[in-house]
Design a protein around this ligand. Structure first.
Ligand code: PLP
Length: 425
């Protein structure tokens, strides 16, 4: 399903050799596979087909307008977290009724823009925010719907920076407070509060936290219904595992197998907000080996991509499989996995050119032998890769390439030095 494969020792993105793209566009470069994105979306749509389900792809994972366009065409809605993402959704031709808006710090102008655009739902993060949205909805004459984001106090057992559904989180309101919030605001005539939103965190590796959270939430929904509130929608958020390490994340089918039976016959529409599970395996970051070097006992492979291009390894301690784009047949990896014991590999640190000790892509990693000038592919780079990149160290941001079958298109140009100072007056 993930269309980055070795053929005779050469890595292909769908039907295009990765080396060919690198030669024409230069390195480092993000290379996306359209078929891979669509395959993950379809898989999720199919897994939940038994319920009345809307998939709202989380734009912040990977937000290039060309990618949003083909996802919208394939029936995806969108999860947004800012006015900028609302703008992208509109430009992508999204069905606005399938746009949901989360985020703890929505400003008045962002709220007004979203009201004007007639988005499907605001996901409410606090009572003060709900009060403000009610005020602005009344003032602008645009009614809307809202889901109260509750914290089920469930631990998704992921990195502390990607945990959002625990009590001590800045997101949502404690599940025990939800009834009070509905009692106070549930009957206003500008914002229809008819849904519950959850988002446990990102990069989960098991289904259990979702099951636990849904069970707690169904109890709440029963209580709210007995308080005579009409709750007809449950938004389960995102955070479904993406397969960073082969076969360590549950598939969409695994999640659905446990989740669907809990929600069948409950009179609830389901919204899902996957980001990483759609985008992560849809791209690789291709980088060039600049230098090889020894420091004490350590061997370093210095590449031309840095933490400004891919922040996940230093920020989350994230694992990305990294392997040369062209290798001898003996070194073609059977699987992309953390511990790859192959004869002839060497344990190295793969590091970038940024002036920071945290600038690494991998540490203590087995790698096939490489030389200066060779290409390395950093796999599973589609989610929170380009979107978290920056100009740190005054490095121009990378180009994004979309492969579709045997064609590839530059969907974002490499920044130039002029771009770096263009807004500095
Ligand atoms: C980031 C985010 C998502 C997507 O999370 P993934 O881990 O990429 O699936 C979904 N919903 C909300 C509210 C988010 O903040």
């Amino acid at each position: 399903m993930d269309r980055f494969d070795y053929i005779n020792g050469k890595l292909f993105a769908e039907d295009v050799p990765v080396a060919k793209i690198a030669k024409e566009v230069g390195t480092p470069v993000y290379i996306y596979s359209k078929a891979t994105f669509l395959a993950h979306l379809t898989k999720m749509q199919e897994a939940y087909a038994e319920l009345d389900t809307t998939i709202c792809y989380s734009i912040k994972a990977c937000s290039n307008i060309n990618i949003l366009k083909f996802l919208a065409e394939a029936g995806s809605g969108f999860d947004i977290v800012s006015g900028g993402e609302l703008y992208r959704a509109k430009q992508a031709g999204a069905d606005m009724s399938k746009v949901v808006y989360a985020g703890t710090g929505k400003t008045d102008s962002e709220i007004l823009e979203a009201l004007e655009a007639k988005i499907g739902y605001f996901n409410i993060e606090s009572e003060a925010e709900l009060e403000n949205i009610i005020k602005l909805a009344k003032k602008s004459g645009n009614k809307t719907k809202a889901a109260l984001r509750v914290n089920p106090d469930v631990d998704p057992k992921t990195h502390r920076h990607t945990t959002t559904g625990k009590k001590e989180s800045k997101f949502g309101v404690d599940i025990e407070r939800a009834r009070k919030v509905f009692a106070k605001y549930g009957n206003n005539d500008a914002v229809e509060l008819n849904a519950i939103h959850l988002h446990l965190g990102s990069a989960g590796k098991t289904v259990d936290p979702y099951v636990e959270a849904i069970k707690k939430t169904l109890v709440l929904i029963e209580q709210l219904r007995s308080d005579s509130f009409k709750i007809d929608t449950l938004d389960l958020g995102g955070g479904y595992g993406a397969d960073y390490e082969t076969a360590t994340a549950p598939t969409a089918g695994h999640y659905a197998k446990d989740i669907v039976p809990l929600l069948k016959g409950k009179g609830l529409k389901l919204i899902l907000e996957p980001g990483a599970s759609i985008a992560a395996n849809g791209a690789i970051l291709v980088t060039k080996v600049l230098y090889l070097k020894k420091g004490g006992e350590k061997k370093f492979v210095i590449v031309d991509a840095g933490m400004n291009d891919l922040l996940r390894p230093p920020l989350y301690g994230a694992f990305h499989f990294i392997w040369p784009a062209d290798v001898e047949e003996a070194f073609v990896p059977e699987k992309r996995k953390k511990e790859l014991s192959m004869e002839g590999t060497e344990v190295v640190d793969i590091v970038g050119p940024i002036c920071e000790g945290a600038d690494f892509m991998a540490q203590g990693r087995s790698l096939a032998p490489v030389k200066r000038g060779e290409l390395l592919a950093i796999f599973t780079a589609g989610a929170y890769g380009y979107t978290m990149s920056s100009n740190y160290n005054s490095r121009p941001q990378l180009p994004e390439i979309l492969v579709d079958g045997d064609k590839f298109t530059i969907i974002r140009k490499r920044q130039t030095y002029e771009d770096l100072i263009a807004l500095e007056k």
